[in-house]
Write a new protein. Structure first.
Length: 113
């Protein structure tokens, strides 16, 4: 059986793991949105060049894409995890899960004795 301290540690580790996952998902979503706006800019630049749409629409897409890209960069650089790359954050999640497994394994061995 797990002690209160072990249960509390597992709970804190699970909360940190969930926060890391949310942070990663938000960064990925922001980067995808920025990419979509920049692709729309390229399409609208082509359509504007052949006089299918007004040229100001391409500048709207460009500005939204750049704004979202800048916000994504600010969030990843100065956010909660101080510019750590997504790979480092994923490794941290894996180490948290391994630590939880070790605590559970130790507790189950302790129960057997």
């Amino acid at each position: 059986m797990l002690t209160k301290d072990e249960l509390k540690k597992i709970d804190n580790l699970e909360k940190e793991s969930k926060q890391l996952l949310v942070h990663i998902k938000v960064l990925i979503a922001m980067r995808i949105i920025a990419s979509v706006f920049l692709m729309l800019f390229l399409v609208s630049a082509y359509l504007s060049n052949i006089d299918k749409i007004p040229s100001y629409i391409m500048f709207i897409f460009l500005s939204f894409g750049v704004i979202v890209a800048i916000l994504s960069g600010i969030r990843s650089k100065y956010g909660e995890y101080d510019g750590e790359s997504l790979l480092v954050l994923r490794r941290r999640i894996k180490s948290i899960k391994n630590e939880i497994d070790l605590i559970n394994k130790f507790a189950s061995q302790h129960d057997d004795n």
